[in-house]
Write a protein that binds this ligand. Sequence first.
Ligand code: ADP
Ligand code: MG
Length: 480
Amino acid sequence: MSRIRGIEAKILKLQKEVQKQQLKRNGINEEDKKNREDALCSKDDPEKEQITELVHKLPKLDKIFQVHRKIGEGTFSSVYLGSLRQHSDLPDAQKRWFAIKHLVPTAHPARIEHELRCLQDMGGTHNVIGVELCLRHLDTIVFVMPYIPHKKFSEYVGDMNAEEVARYMHALLVALRHVHSFGVIHRDVKPSNFLYDRENRRYLLVDFGLAQRVCAAPEPPPAHSQSTAKRLREEDTDASPGAKRVALDLSMGARAHSVPVSRRIDAIKQHALKQSLPKSAGAGAGVLLKSPRQGTALDTWAAGVVLASVLTARYPFFRASDDVSALAELADLLGTEPIQRVAASLGRRVVVSGKRGGICLRKLARRLRGVPPTPPTHAAQSAPAALSAPAPLSAPAALSALNCSRCRLPQLQCLCATQAQPVSCIKRSFFNNTDPEEIVVADFPDSAFSLAMRLLDPDPRTRLSAHDALRHPFLRHLPH
Ligand code: ADP
Ligand code: MG
């Protein structure tokens, strides 16, 4: 008995030795591999189970691919890292890597077909994800796509300089221009769907799960047994579980509808100023006002939110958990009047308790980034001490020089847009900020802020298209 055990031990030792040599040949550090395996076994057991279940349900997948680990998860899918079985002996660096998107079985078949069609028709070029293969067995469906390594947006959102922001936005807008040229709206543009391989300067717009044709007369197939709106909310807000959705009666029957925004604005403004504004890049003013027509401008709005996020180093930029709060946040940022005008053009009425003139994105960025304000040229030079410490001032003239006439805050704390502007002037006010303070935020030029505001134009008819945005001064120097 003991002899047999001895032989077994020798065989085991020999096997280990062979394995070790094999790994060495393949350039894989055995320790790394072991660590990875250990990690998979210990912390990710349920994940391992999911992988086992998936390959069991889809034997074809198992035949062609090694499924390594989960790399992403959304409401409608789990995404895994895969490599070709035939490459299993190759070192990692020489393997071809894939993202294997397993769609939840409850997703509507027409929705899945639509997503696949988008990937096939538009993907593989212009920073838009392509599809290599689609495998199905019964209700188990996977899309196999090229893998792009990427970090979480939150890891680099406050860390990009102007040139990198320009390249990033340029890449996103190139992808959107391409998608829009097919008459398709992505409808879910946000950082987790725009993957950025920072090291290699590669970008990919992914996830066409909510994409829709422009002016599609009939509603797109439901994404799920739950509504699309629910998906957007669940994924993109971190609202407290108890937060209630406020129902809006915005049925198309009546000519004008009231959207009560006023009562929430104050609370929201305070919140916005402290924390800053939403995560979901998706919901533009038109959507919040229940516009029945959604166009490609919806995506450029979302691109504007992404840019605003990068400029202010805040993610999420907006945080509202319901439509009314979201509308209030927009009114705070853009001013109540532009929102009311857009609403009116859609046959809606937004009721507010007090007018808001809008916030200057540059000032907001400065505040949120904690950039010390550049001393104002006139007022501050004459009274620098008063500015740095709000000492009691007796002369009303001095007060008015130091305090904003609208918000009454000291100039250096004021976030007001330069002047309350009619909607058509919003662009100008943000482009040519005539504020006496020359605000320098990181190394971002004025054009970066002006592009953000042109993308965040609440009126989809005047909002920049992806095509035109690529010609904006902030991006013009990049090839298009
Ligand atoms: P969902 O429809 O569930 O949101 P996505 O297609 O957006 O699915 O993928 C979810 C996540 O999986 C992405 O946010 C990303 O982190 C990861 N992922 C998706 N596609 C790829 C890819 N091609 N390469 C690398 N990671 C990917
Ligand atoms: Mg997604």
